[in-house]
Design a binder for this molecule. Structure first.
Ligand code: SAH
Length: 216
């Protein structure tokens, strides 16, 4: 076992399983994806730390536990098609690639679109599509989705995203102020009925877009 594999195993044991994550598909994905390949080279030695880390364009790769918590809350099934808003480094998309059938991820910073694409291609992921655009408007060409995960915080759940959920689909997103949010989970019960659950306080970078925060 190389050093990174040992660190990854310890991260999964202590930060993920140790804090109550039980979804076996999520655990298996976190055991598999080399997070050190998604962080900036100068942060590789910290890849399995219990914290977010900087990536280009002043964005961050989220804390592993928060990622696992959000993915577990999505209640994912192997045949699902999932939309992620905020590809960032591509790490979460790589995890999703192991758990579900098809992954679409949207990123507004072109530099990160290429950063994520390069890493996902180098590792051979072939069921992930990284799109460039404003993810507060979702990704209509592949809608509707079984699961939608938003990796940036907005003032409300964008109505357009709610429309892109399948009936029985799930959405997880940080909602609140620019500096602090509540993690929200929606389940679409029918065409116009959504179950809403608050999962607790979180801190994410802002969702910047038409149905998010205005341009900085
Ligand atoms: N999931 C990422 C972390 C994402 S950080 C990872 O695994 O590394 C949040 C990302 O959301 C940032 O890259 C930011 O540029 C992006 N973002 C913010 N607003 C967006 C929008 N409206 N559409 C698409 N991406 C957006």
């Amino acid at each position: 076992m190389n050093d990174f594999a040992a660190q990854r195993e310890r991260m999964v044991r202590e930060q993920i399983m140790g804090r109550g994550i039980e979804d076996t598909a999520v655990i298996r994905a976190m055991r598999t994806v080399p997070r050190e390949q998604f962080v900036l080279e100068e942060y590789r030695d910290y890849a399995y730390d219990d914290s977010p880390l900087p990536i280009p364009a002043h964005q961050t790769i989220s804390q592993p536990y928060v990622v696992a918590y959000m993915l577990e809350a999505l209640d994912l099934q192997p045949r699902d098609r999932v939309l992620e808003i905020g590809a960032g480094s591509g790490y979460v998309a790589a995890l999703l690639s192991h758990i579900v059938a098809e992954v679409h991820t949207v990123e507004r910073h072109e530099r990160l679109v290429w950063y994520a694409r390069e890493r996902l291609a180098a590792l051979g992921y072939d069921n992930v599509w990284v799109h460039h655009g404003d993810g507060s408007l979702g990704w209509p060409p592949a809608a509707p989705y079984d699961g939608i995960v938003v990796a940036a915080g907005g003032p409300i759940v964008p109505p357009t995203l709610k429309q892109q959920m399948k009936v029985h689909g799930r959405l997880v997103m940080p909602v609140g102020k620019r500096g602090s949010q509540t993690l929200v989970r929606l389940v679409r019960l029918s065409a116009d009925d959504y179950q809403h659950l608050n999962l607790g306080p979180v801190k994410f970078v802002p969702l910047v877009g038409e149905e998010g925060w205005g341009k900085e």
